[in-house]
Design a protein. Structure first.
Lengths: 112, 112
């Protein structure tokens, strides 16, 4: 059974710092991996989608990498801002069912 | 504006009542999903549907029911058999396969 883990569970950094969020999964047979952002009491906003054949994706200050063989993904946030404060979730899709399986998230606080 | 609309935003249920949460999408997506989010537990899959008139149980389907009579609609009924229904419910959709998933803004259900 696929399990997804995110470390750390919470992170607090000063504004302007570069940071890395980690996501690991136990079954490397995935179709894709998706990173989401969730603000308190809100739905999920898709940040980046990495297909299984890709190594990384970039959008603005965000860069996500994927190493399928080791079961790991990282989300790199450059020059963090207070507006980046949110919970970041990763999810993998694998098998014929197209189900997203989520990690429990990393709560990020960027201090001004 | 394309997207996923969940309603209502807040819902209160009395003991023994069935309630229905609405999810509508105008993205022409084939696949739709219902997730439940509890503090500290991440998102857990309740039901999913990959095509009209077909749906499958997720990891925590007991006490819930769904229908998929139209491509754009995937309502979730929380029945009286669900003993702990207080949670944040999220609906998502995608083209299926290895494609990006999009989420609605969620419905917060509280038992009173």
């Amino acid at each position: 059974k696929q399990e997804v883990t995110q470390i750390p569970a919470a992170l607090s950094v000063p504004e302007g710092e570069n940071l890395v969020l980690n996501c690991s999964f136990t079954d490397s047979a995935i179709y894709n991996l998706q990173w989401f952002r969730q603000d308190p009491g809100k739905g999920l906003t898709s940040l980046l989608l990495i297909q299984s054949s890709q190594r990384e994706q970039t959008s603005g200050r965000l860069n996500a990498s994927l190493d399928k063989s080791s079961g790991r993904s990282t989300l790199y946030i450059a020059a963090s801002q207070p507006g980046d404060s949110a919970t970041y979730l990763c999810a993998v899709v694998g098998g014929a069912t197209n189900k997203l399986i989520f990690g429990t998230g990393t709560l990020l606080a960027v201090q001004p | 504006d394309g997207g996923i609309t969940q309603s209502p935003k807040y819902l209160f249920r009395k003991e023994g009542q069935n309630v229905t949460l609405s999810c509508e999408q105008n993205l022409n997506h084939d696949a739709m999903y219902w997730y439940r989010q509890d503090p500290g537990q991440g998102l857990r899959l309740i039901y999913y549907s990959q095509i009209v008139n077909d749906f499958q149980k997720g990891d925590i389907a007991e006490g819930y029911s769904v229908s998929r009579e139209k491509k754009e609609s995937f309502p979730l009924t929380v029945t009286s058999a669900q003993k702990n229904p207080t949670a944040f419910y999220l609906c998502a959709s995608s083209w299926g396969g290895s494609t990006e998933a999009f989420f609605g803004q969620g419905t917060r259900l509280t038992v009173v």
